[in-house]
Structure formats: C-alpha cells, structure tokens
Design a protein. Structure first.
Length: 577
C-alpha cells in the first residue's frame, strides 16, 4: 500500500513539475511546527489556485465539452450519506414532553438533502483553507460531528468569534486563555461541539434574515444531537453531574424561543453605551429563557455543591453572568455569587477615579445619605452607588479613547460586579411598596430603585422589551410620596437627592412598556412633581438642572437628549419657568 502521508496528485501537463501533497499536524504545539504547518497549507492553496487557472485557460481555448451532472435518487443519497434521523427525532420529541418538535428539528426528504459524514483526516480544499484563519479553525475535518465540512466550518468560525465576544480574553496575558481552552475542549467533545453550534444557530435565528434552509436543518440536527448526548451522559452515573453536562444544560436554558426584534423602533429612554458587550442585547432581549432547563440547571449546581466546585475554566463566571441577566429582568437578588472572568474588579475600580476626570463629580452627592440614614444602612448603599459612578467614569474613558481606558474584558467584569452588588441590595423579590416600613427603609428603597433605573439605562442596558422600567417607575413613585413627607423638615439637605430620584423615575415612566393597571399615569405624576421641584429650587435652565444630576448618577452622552425632552415638557406645562 502507498504511504498515506504522501499522495500522488493526477498526472500534470508536460513540462510542469510533479508535486506531492502531505498531511500535517492539526494542532502543533511548538512554534517551528506551526510555521511548517502554515507553509504547507499556503503551498497547497497556491497549487490549487494555479491548477484552476490553468484549467480555465484550457477550457477557454480548447474545444468545449459538455458534462452531465450526475443525478442520484434519494435511495442512492441515503446510502452515501446515512443519518439517524429516526432515533434523533424520537429523542427530540420525548425531550419536549408534548411530542412536538423544536422549530427546525428533523430533515426534509429532498434532492437538497443535507449530507453528513463521519469525521476523517482528509485536508480541506486548499482554496477554502487559504481563506480561513489558521489559529481559528482546525484545517482538518476532525471535529466530533457528522455535519459536512461545508456546513460545519462556517459555523465553527462563528462559534470561535462568539467565544472571543463572550469571554473577552486579555490580549496582554501570556498564559493560555480561557478561549483557547474552550476551543480545544469543544473540538474534542461531541456534546460540547453540538451545544456551541446549536447556540450560534439559535442566536443567528434572531436576526432579521434568520437562517437559510441548510442552517435551519443544521439547527435541528445540532439540537437533536445535543439532546441525545445529554441523555446518554445523564444515564451514566460517572458523567451525570459533570461540568460538561452543566454547560450543556445552561445553553439549553438560555437559548429558548426567539422574540420579535424591535431594534429599529424608537425607544425611550435611550440606553447605552456598550449595549452588546458580552451579547447583553441578545441574551437579555432577543432570546427567551426556558424555565424547565433553568430548574434543571439549579438542581445540578446544587448537587455539585455550588459554583465553587466547577473546574471547567470560565464556566462558573458564565453561570454567574446568566443568573445576573435574569435578576436584572425580574428585579430580584442574584442566586449565585459574583465570579469574574479575570481578576477581581474592586481593585481596578478603585484606581479609576481621579480628580481631573471630566465627570469626576459623579456620585459625590450621595454623601448626603450619611445625614439621612443610620450609618449601618448608609454605608453599604453609598459604596454601591459609588461603584456605579466609578464604573461610569471607566466607560467614559473607554468611549472617549483616553489613555486611562481599560480593555473590554476588564470593563465587563466591572459592569457585572457593580450590577450584582446593586441587585443584592434589593429589599425583597416582590418590591412591595404598600406594607408599613421604617422611614430609613423607605428612603433606601427609593434610592435603590432610582439607581437601578440608571443602571438599566447606562450600565446594564437590558433591552426595552425586557427592562422593567414601568415596574420601577411605579415602585419609586410610591416610595417618593412617603419620602417627601419624611424629609420635609430637612429640605435643604435632601432637595438635590430627591430631585435626582424624581428625574430618574420620570425617565423610566417614558418607556414604551405596557405596564397597565396602577402603572398607568406615572409620567403625568412625575412631570407635575418636577414642575414644583424646579420652581422651588429656582432652577431656570436645562444646564442648571443637569449640574444637579451630575452630582449623583447621570451619563451625558446617553441621556442628555432625553433630559432636554423632559425639561421641555416641564417648561411647557409650568407657567413659572
């Protein structure tokens, strides 16, 4: 038998040198081997390109010959490309419980049947390899799936791009990044491979153009293979509570039904910047969470003994992030502790604030809390609000391109840290504003609700279709009624703080959210109260009002336009301005 490491190509034309192709290591560990692999791939690409050029020249000058495209009937195609659709669809129906198939599951008999094949070691077509990034995609069809390489490789490329976005590796770190470890693992594990391919296709289905027919069938195939692999490992006591199982269940939990994309519709209040950092806009807006999988996820984490028992690199941080998404949407305390992808962000946040920062006065007004609340209540609340304002300074550095700006990975950890800390200060999951409370608790709740509104606008911008703006405006309104009566005797010390809280509530009341019931009419109430406040405080212009807001929490590049609009409404309806 010939040596499989060297394959003779077809006989070349006379006068052309004979070239031999050889196989190379798919994942070389040493730099010399990497250079050799790159050189071999480039050489293959060059030879294939010249061969096609010569072939086109010959066809253009020589006699034209017609070639009939071979036709295979369905039985022949099934013999060449077998699949396990029957068992896949059976497991898929059983996994859904009601016997229905997930959208896109299964395959349709047609002449455009999607081919599947067992992974081999044959090299890609050289032209296709030359267009791919060597360090990004395995140049051999060694992935753990029967998806045809023409279908799989574009998906693999998008999966690797997703890992870059969600993990945000530090470019200055010398050790192996979490992204590299994830690539190695999923390219050697069939459950992880189909899981990440399914997650990409689920995200792609939320775009305006959706999935093309081939990717739609690939979506169903990856989902059914993921379910099959999960069932197999769940039936094995050794793998039932493995990190890989946990990762796969989390993926199912956060890639549910896609909701309507309304990004082109005007939204109020404005949100940003960094709306899409770590795909917040998709996971908090376009994709639904699946309750049954969320319950299974919680059970597996509990059986493992908590996030501290997870060894899969970066997985605990992703579970913490997913929990934070749900907590932000439903205004509840996070279930899991905060876990960063990189280093703890508290030390980095402390180094952000500087006296010469253009927005350096942010957060300074919250020192009034020490005069209004007991110290044991004022201190943790003040630190939480201080971190929110400091993170805003870091974001302003980034969007303005200042030398002090940090990389996106550090900003993502800081954002998740301050949001986790803020939501952990919630006084209860139901946000009951009618039950009797101590005076200090009412003021604390009002300040917290106003801070959450600011966070959903400029720190953790959950898209409008999911952001609880209407609920926050309603809760804050009732707290402010009580707080205003409470602080009347200390008006001069608390007026600016109350003005900021009222203004944040007014912004939330402008959201295009169908609150209904008691939540209706909040905007009119806020406008009326603002009219009296600006008249009593003798605020005669938007600039003077903005100066007051900047002492607390206000992000000018995001909210100035909304603030000016509210000022116009106040100015129009108040005869004293």
């Amino acid at each position: 038998m010939p040596d499989p490491s060297e394959i003779d190509p077809p006989e070349p034309d006379s006068g052309e040198p004979q070239v031999k192709l050889r196989f190379i290591t798919a994942r070389p560990d040493l730099e010399p081997a990497r250079r050799e692999s790159r050189a071999a791939i480039n050489a293959h690409a060059s030879q294939a390109s010249w061969a096609r050029i010569r072939e086109r020249l010959r066809q253009g000058t020589g006699p034209q010959t017609s070639q009939k495209k071979p036709v295979h009937n369905k039985e022949q195609r099934r013999a060449r490309f077998p699949d396990d659709r029957a068992s896949s669809e059976s497991e898929l129906r059983s996994s859904n419980g009601d016997g229905g198939k997930r959208p896109g599951a299964g395959f349709v008999d047609s002449e455009e049947e999607l081919p599947f094949r067992t992974a081999g070691t044959a090299i890609f077509e050289s032209a296709r390899v030359s267009s791919l990034e060597f360090s990004d995609v395995d140049p051999f069809t060694t992935y753990p799936s029967r998806l045809a390489k023409e279908v799989a490789m574009p998906i693999v490329s998008e999966v690797n791009r997703f890992l870059q976005i969600i993990l945000l590796p530090n470019p200055h770190r010398q050790e192996q990044s979490i992204k590299q470890q994830w690539i190695y693992r999923y390219m050697n594990d069939d459950v992880l491979f189909h899981m990440l391919c399914f997650s990409y296709l689920a995200r792609a289905s939320t775009t305006k153009h959706g999935l093309n027919p081939i990717n739609q069938r690939a979506y169903g195939y990856c989902y059914s293979e993921l379910v099959r692999g999960l069932n197999r490992r769940l039936n094995n006591l050794e793998t039932r509570y493995s990190d890989e199982i946990l990762f796969a269940v989390q993926t199912l939990a956060f890639h549910g039904r896609a909701v309507e994309d309304d990004t082109d519709k005007p939204q109020s209040p404005s949100q940003g910047p960094l709306n899409s950092m770590q795909l917040l806009d998709i996971y908090a807006g376009r994709l639904d969470a699946v309750d049954v999988h969320l319950k299974a996820l919680s059970k597996i984490v509990s059986m493992k003994g908590g996030l501290s028992e997870i060894k899969f690199p970066g997985l605990a941080a992703m579970l913490s992030y997913g929990d934070l998404l749900l907590a932000s949407r439903y205004l509840r305390k996070p279930v899991y502790p905060f876990i960063p992808l990189q280093i703890s962000p508290q030390h980095v946040l402390d180094a952000v604030r500087r006296d010469v920062h253009p927005l350096g006065q942010l957060g300074t007004g919250f020192r009034a809390l020490y005069d209004l609340l007991p110290s044991d209540v004022a201190r943790p609340l003040f630190l939480t609000l201080h971190n929110l304002s400091t993170y805003s300074l870091a974001v302003d550095d980034y969007i303005m391109g200042r030398s002090q700006a940090q990389d996106l990975g550090a900003l993502a950890d800081q954002r998740n840290f301050v949001q986790h800390n803020l939501l952990s200060r919630s006084l209860g999951p139901d946000g009951d504003v009618h039950s009797p409370k101590e005076d200090a608790i009412v003021l604390q709740q009002a300040c917290w609700a106003a801070a959450v509104i600011y966070s959903l606008i400029a720190v953790f911008p959950v898209p409008h279709r999911r952001a609880p703006f209407a609920k926050l405006a309603y809760q804050l309104k009732h707290s402010l009624v009580y707080t205003n009566n409470l602080l009347t005797s200390r008006w001069h010390d608390s007026s600016s703080l109350l003005l900021w809280m009222i203004f944040m509530g007014a912004l939330a009341s402008t959201a295009n959210d169908e609150g209904g019931g008691e939540q209706e009419g909040c905007k009119e109430w806020y406008i009326n109260v603002l009219e009296r406040f600006v008249h009593r405080m003798q605020i005669a212009s938007w600039g003077a009002l903005k100066d007051q807001l900047l002492n607390f929490l206000w992000f000018p590049s995001t909210s100035d336009a909304d603030g000016q609009q509210l000022w116009t409404e106040i100015n129009t309806s108040n005869p004293f301005i």
